[in-house]
Design a protein around this ligand. Structure first.
Ligand SMILES: [Zn+2]
Length: 140
């Protein structure tokens, strides 16, 4: 391993979201679900914003969605990322939104409404996190 290799800063993982990262580590994109009203929410948090219930479970998302919004970052700010970086807001087919990174796509080809598929990215140190790439046939 190269000495100068910089690693991605890890997101804070606490009681509220540690389970979610364990699912990601197992290769699953999961969405928290309220057990009382069924509302999906992300990122994970203790209370349902709709009915204030504290009871929840989670579902495994299909990983299919469309790009609702995106931004292309050109300037390095964080170690462990390659630039330009395409940050996307994905509308998952389950109906909730997920902020992620688009990979395997040129910045000039990303479009609103583009169909994307989740891939489980793995850093050199083994840290796994969901990213997205254009769904088959979505890229020009
Ligand atoms: Zn609820």
């Amino acid at each position: 391993m190269h000495m100068a290799q910089s690693f991605r800063m890890k997101p804070p993982m606490g009681e509220d979201n540690g389970w979610w990262w364990q699912q990601a580590d197992a290769g699953r994109l999961t969405i928290q679900r309220c057990q009382d009203c069924g509302t999906l929410r992300h990122p994970p948090r203790p209370m349902c914003g709709e009915c204030h219930s504290l009871r929840w479970d989670h579902i495994t998302a299909s990983g299919q969605g469309i790009i609702e919004s995106f931004t292309v970052l050109h300037h390095p700010q964080f170690p462990g990322f390659e630039y330009p970086l395409i940050i996307i807001l994905v509308q998952l087919e389950e109906g909730t939104r997920f902020t992620s990174q688009l990979v395997n796509c040129a910045p000039e080809e990303v479009r609103f409404g583009m169909h994307v598929t989740m891939i489980m990215h793995e850093d050199p140190d083994g840290f796994r996190l969901p990213m997205f790439e254009p769904a088959q046939g979505a890229a020009a």
